[in-house]
Write a protein that binds this ligand. Structure first.
Ligand code: PEP
Ligand code: MN
Length: 342
């Protein structure tokens, strides 16, 4: 349910309504909007809960939330959520740009990548230290050593670090070294991991599972929000279809659909979404034109010799050209892409 407060409700009246929600065995999440303050009420509803809340002081209306996801729904928060952490901002007028290699391979590789992507206008550095690979024989990442290299690259450039966490035991460790926690496509329905990242003070980049429906994707986000972490970004990274000309099929219609259904920012991954370097610049520009709030792009100093995903990675020159083009598209959309290049 959504409890809508009167515009002139006092702090005490809001507190009293929140207390009443608790007494009904439900959880209250206060959302202070520009126009109105609402309480998103979640949990198993008892009979007459709506009637009890309707008569609280300064409550103007109590309405059901129709979507299966509650906190993620646009019904509870009409205005878009903006997420920022250090150098990175996504949502509103900002299009955040996360760029870097698929995997952290060495300090030299990650620092060189950080310098190059920052100079081209990226606002965050990506790089996997824990890699969820389809085959157990593939490179699994440098783990904590990789996290230390990412932190060194942040010290060197000031770029916020986005990196994946693959298991609940590692959440605290990965959060210690990074600014944004990535939950990968393969883990989108790992509910214990979603709860664990919901309990830390870090934005989360949640990638869509390759065969997840939009409702499943939004309900996965709901697990994180329901633990109290409101800083969730949804990443469309392509889904599995019958097509084989691309690694996955990248549905850019996800952007307007998600913008209609949720207030959370939407990030597009044209690298995993296509699986081919040559397709990345066009799909990045198309994502910006479709209204994406951010991009995550794989960039490597020497793609041909990358430990993972080199075939879909841009080199430094390719990334700079892509950014220059996307910046012009962003300007046409009245938005700002990343930061100014140097
Ligand atoms: C990645 O970002 O390198 C990655 C493994 O992505 P996904 O989880 O979307 O496959
Ligand atoms: Mn990758």
């Amino acid at each position: 349910m959504i409890v809508v407060m009167e515009p002139d409700a006092t702090e005490q009246q809001l507190e009293a309504a929140v207390k009443k929600v608790g007494e009904l065995g439900l959880r209250a999440n206060v959302i202070i909007g520009t126009e109105r303050t609402v309480i998103a009420v979640v949990g198993e509803e008892r009979e007459h809960a709506k009637e009890v809340l309707e008569v609280c002081d300064a409550v103007s209306a109590v309405m059901p939330i129709l979507a299966p996801y509650k906190m993620a729904s646009r019904e509870v928060r009409p205005e878009p959520t903006c997420i920022s952490r250090g150098s990175f901002a996504a949502g509103g007028s900002n299009i955040g740009v996360i760029a870097g290699p698929c995997s952290v391979e060495s300090e030299e590789q990650i620092v060189a990548s950080a310098r190059a992507v920052k100079a081209a206008g990226a606002t965050a550095l990506r790089g996997g230290a824990f890699k969820p690979r389809t085959s157990p024989y593939s490179f699994q990442g440098l783990k904590e050593t990789g996290l230390q290299m990412l932190a060194a690259a942040r010290d060197e450039t000031g770029l916020a670090v986005v990196t994946e966490v693959v298991s609940t035991e590692d959440v605290e460790l990965v959060a210690r070294y990074s600014d944004v926690l990535q939950v990968g496509a393969r883990n989108m329905q790992n509910y214990r991991l979603l709860e664990a990242v919901g309990g830390v003070d870090r934005p989360v980049l949640l990638k869509r599972g390759p065969s997840a429906t939009m409702d499943e994707f939004l309900l996965a986000a709901e697990y994180i929000l329901n633990e109290g972490n409101q800083q969730v970004m949804l990443c469309e990274r392509g889904i599995r279809t019958f097509e084989s000309h691309t690694r996955f099929t990248l549905p850019l219609a996800s952007v307007p659909y998600l913008h209609r259904k949720t207030h959370l920012p939407v990030i597009i991954d044209p690298s995993h979404g296509t699986g081919h370097t040559y397709m990345v610049p066009s799909m990045a520009a198309a994502a910006v034109a479709a209204g994406a709030d951010g991009l995550i792009i794989e960039v490597h100093p020497d793609p041909q010799n990358a430990a993972s995903d080199g075939y879909q990675s841009l080199d430094f020159g390719g990334f700079r050209a892509t950014m220059d083009q996307c910046r012009r598209v962003a300007a046409a959309m009245d938005r700002t892409l990343g930061c100014s290049p140097s």
